[in-house]
Write a protein that binds this ligand. Sequence first.
Ligand SMILES: *[C@@H]1O[C@H](CO)[C@@H](O)[C@H](O)[C@H]1NC(C)=O
Ligand SMILES: *[C@@H]1O[C@H](CO)[C@@H](O)[C@H](O)[C@H]1NC(C)=O
Ligand SMILES: *[C@@H]1O[C@H](CO)[C@@H](O)[C@H](O)[C@H]1NC(C)=O
Ligand SMILES: *[C@@H]1O[C@H](CO)[C@@H](O)[C@H](O)[C@H]1NC(C)=O
Length: 394
Amino acid sequence: MKLSAGLITLALTAVAAAQSVSEWGQCGGINYTGSTTCASGLTCTEINTYYYQCLASVTTVTTSTSSTTSTAPPATTSSPSAPITGFVSTSGQKFTLNGATYTVVGGNAYWVGLMGLTTSEMNVAFKDIAATGATTANGLRLIVTLTNNWSDYGGMDVYVNQLVGQGQPHDYFYTNSACISAFQNYAKTFVTRYLNEPTILGWELANEPRCTGSTGTTSGSCTVATVTNWVKTMSAYIKSVDSNHLVGLGDEGWFNDPSSSDYPYQGGEGIDFVANLAIDTIDFGTFHLYPGSWGETSNSTSWGQEWIINHYTAQANANKPVIMEEFGVTSDQYNTYSAWYSTVQSSGLSGVLIWQAGSNLSSGQTPNDGYAIYPGTQVYTLETQYAASMKARG
Ligand SMILES: *[C@@H]1O[C@H](CO)[C@@H](O)[C@H](O)[C@H]1NC(C)=O
Ligand SMILES: *[C@@H]1O[C@H](CO)[C@@H](O)[C@H](O)[C@H]1NC(C)=O
Ligand SMILES: *[C@@H]1O[C@H](CO)[C@@H](O)[C@H](O)[C@H]1NC(C)=O
Ligand SMILES: *[C@@H]1O[C@H](CO)[C@@H](O)[C@H](O)[C@H]1NC(C)=O
């Protein structure tokens, strides 16, 4: 009933804008109302009709996918001089980078690594994503998810089926010692490969972990404590291998109040957002928002606003950053997202990533699961506007 994998979450860099726009900031584009003056030494450069940004050197971003020749160089986003340096860190409820606040705004794009895209198509896709968030593609950073609760692209059940036995309960992934050590071996190999890679914002233990998986099987003894213990073990393990990068969980943000009459607040799926956020080796919190999949179909816009505010409260209590790392509805997107973005911004929630970014490639549109947003649409422009205002908020 819900989405498949948030395998790759893209987060865009952000540097707070002043009256004159600083490097990477937006300085123009359709319906843009902010400052068009770049700080000294920077040039306001058209990325596309929706997005102009202040760059230190002239950047050529080719969006045309001319079919006239196959020998033309691929569409590329050539980078201005500054390389990406530094690891994203946290300070209280903020993400930080090289001493400044780093605002996490952007989108999810599970399809980027999975569609067999050509390099030039990937360049177009990354450029589209970057253009919504005030940076060029060299300003993108990734949150990388290490496994999936759902069976898409492998996931937890592969470990259980192969190491414990075919059809054995999903939640043995969290408790079986063979599963734990296999996942640690995998995580160690993967994480070690990218130890010094600054474009990785952080690692996420799993996409939407729950007691039940695609097989629907459970041992009957999985509780919020089962998953929280696993989060402690795995996050501490990854921190012991990689002290450069942040670690988050990747959960949907369920609260654990068994007396609540409201499903996402009952802890029934084995997630206690507050307990997991309190773990020392978890640097930031994540939550998702899909009222349509959670039975919150009447009044879903205001239900979502309350969900955002409650996670902001948990953020403030834990004094750690929290991001709404996926959200989506399949109808009335513009009005719903306007309300939710506005609540994210006014509440003080640390960051927000839409599900999901889409691109119009020469080979066709990237996959649309009903939630994808494409350049040139009203919702895409809304995302671009909130990326700018979230950065300005800091
Ligand atoms: C995890 O996967 C199982 C099986 O696909 C599914 O029943 C369960 O709802 C999933 N949980 C989440 C959070 O997606
Ligand atoms: C909609 O939800 C909000 C917040 O939960 C609540 O205050 C309001 O009364 C609800 N409205 C209706 C018509 O149910
Ligand atoms: C991309 O595709 C969408 C959906 O078909 C369309 O509405 C939009 O105008 C296209 N954008 C551009 C920039 O061509
Ligand atoms: C620009 O603003 C106008 C007026 O608010 C609106 O009708 C139009 O859809 C906007 N254009 C885009 C691309 O968002």
